[in-house]
Design a protein around this ligand. Sequence first.
Ligand SMILES: Cc1cc2nc3c(=O)[nH]c(=O)nc-3n(C[C@H](O)[C@H](O)[C@H](O)COP(=O)(O)OP(=O)(O)OC[C@H]3O[C@@H](n4cnc5c(N)ncnc54)[C@H](O)[C@@H]3O)c2cc1C
Length: 294
Amino acid sequence: MAQKLISELLAEARRPLLSYEFFPPKDDTGMDKLQRVAEELKPTKPDFVTVTFGAGGSTRARTLQVCEYLREAGHTPVMHHLTCVGTSREELGDIVDRVYESGIRNIMALRGDPPKGESRFRPHPGGLVHANDLVHFIKKRHPDICCGVAGYPETHQEALSPESDIFYLKDKVDAGGAFITTQLFYDNKSFYDFVRKCRDWGIRAPIIPGLLPPISLKQLRRMAAMCQASLPPSLVRDLEKAGDDAENAETIGIDWTVRQIKDLLKHDVPAVHLYILNRSKAALAPAVKECFGR
Ligand SMILES: Cc1cc2nc3c(=O)[nH]c(=O)nc-3n(C[C@H](O)[C@H](O)[C@H](O)COP(=O)(O)OP(=O)(O)OC[C@H]3O[C@@H](n4cnc5c(N)ncnc54)[C@H](O)[C@@H]3O)c2cc1C
């Protein structure tokens, strides 16, 4: 049976939605862990869940498998991520058709990152160049698929300027992107400034903040460097103080995320997307559940 569109959920919602992002595991042990986490998270009733698309190899086919597993486990609707990396139009068409045939009606349309060791994205000779091309491609093939697109509160690392990044974001929305989910950020001010600029540029689509609860100083620094997210000095200081105490560091990270969520909810966000990285601890924290009345 075809699933509900996330755009419909957003339009009908009387309260901010909650979504989780999973990634397809590399092996059976990872799959066992994902299944356990999905089960643990069921009582928190996320409004939708999403599954990332790998840079290459066997995990790509697993995206649809994991989507189907999560749907069978009762997590609906599910959103399948898709990128243009190393893939021809024909292959993209096959993937989109398979997703459609399985009843999934939500796709996060992305360009994808350059492969490891390469600094620039090089499109497949028979493929697509940018996420807006992918949105066009999907909507032409299956107009009833709801496409989400990515936004960057602190500007995408390859963008010529913050303005050009928002200009191209508008292109993605105009191509049919029904909502925007943002890259992670640790300082809400960057999100509020971004939303204001998007509205000034005439982007009307719902903008969903994406949050990654930090679990250690090392992870925080790695993610911030990867996504060019600025690091609030007080968060860094607290995590430094935690030293090797992993449990304390995780609690500090969850507390930070709870403060971010509470503030975002006061600013009328349509939803909060948690990058849970196949872990349940942050989403199960009572303070997080309380924010969403779970
Ligand atoms: C919510 C979210 C989910 C993600 N999920 C995944 C995933 O599952 N798998 C994965 O591999 N990666 C994922 N990513 C990472 C994403 O693939 C990278 O950030 C990638 O580098 C850019 O993808 P994009 O879709 O934003 O690209 P685009 O929108 O194509 O933008 C890429 C760059 O090109 C510029 N640009 C855009 N359009 C044009 C144009 N027409 N002409 C010239 N310049 C242009 C933009 O300003 C930007 O600098 C995700 C990111 C987010 C925020």
